[in-house]
Design a protein around this ligand. Structure first.
Ligand code: 5GP
Length: 194
């Protein structure tokens, strides 16, 4: 019997609602933990080091890339983001399933490095909806919103690479869909890789 998948990659464009969907997923599926990523981006108001991200200087990030400390890493909107191997392994060793909230380049790297991982692409109901959400959350300047939307165009093209796609139109329905994909993969004990 193949063992149940332990690593779940939640990917899709910035502003699509990955974080909110993941919060709903973690409330409803026990024994899942969210991996805390590293980034060189400046903390937003209210973000805490070690909780929202491990905030690293560009030098420290590159040192850790060279040391092979990352499972995956990518440049996104001029900043570096990555999943630390230590962060992932510590959680897996404790017996938890681990959720990675990452952009598409990182999701591809995880697919290569960990074929047993399960990836879910979160899509917006429309490009207009994505723009409205990025502006509405108020965390990015107008230039940053434009840059993120340009990146989103490329990311949306990668959607067919992913077996699981959830359209985040109504939050409750999208959360149900994500929960059922994850439960199905856990109960199925290992069918349907990315
Ligand atoms: P934000 O700056 O809005 O927190 O994140 C920007 C993008 O980077 C989002 O799409 C987010 O999912 C992605 N991201 C966050 N952590 C990681 C990571 O560890 N690796 C990769 N590849 N992307 C990440």
């Amino acid at each position: 019997m193949p063992s149940a998948p332990k690593v779940f990659v939640i990917t899709g464009p910035s502003g699509v609602g990955k974080g909110t969907l993941i919060r709903g997923l973690l409330e409803r599926v026990p024994d899942l933990e969210l991996s805390v990523s590293a980034t060189t981006r400046a903390p937003r108001p209210g973000e805490q080091d070690g909780v929202d991200y491990h905030f690293l200087t560009p030098q420290e990030f590159e040192r850790r890339v060279a040391a092979g400390d990352f499972v995956e890493h990518a440049t996104y909107s001029g900043n570096r983001y990555g999943t630390l191997r230590s962060e992932l392994e510590r959680r897996l060793e404790s017996g938890a399933g681990v959720v990675l909230e990452i952009e598409v380049q990182g999701a591809r790297q995880v697919r290569r490095a960990m074929p047993a991982a399960v990836a879910v692409f979160i899509a917006p109901p429309s490009r207009e909806a994505l723009r409205a959400r990025l502006i509405g959350r108020g965390t990015d300047s107008a230039e940053q919103v434009d840059a993120r939307l340009q990146t989103a165009e490329r990311e949306l093209e990668s959607q067919p690479e992913f077996r699981h796609v959830v359209v985040n139109d109504r939050l409750e329905e999208a959360t149900d869909a994500l929960v059922s994909i994850v439960r199905g993969e856990i109960d199925g004990g290992g069918s349907g890789r990315i």
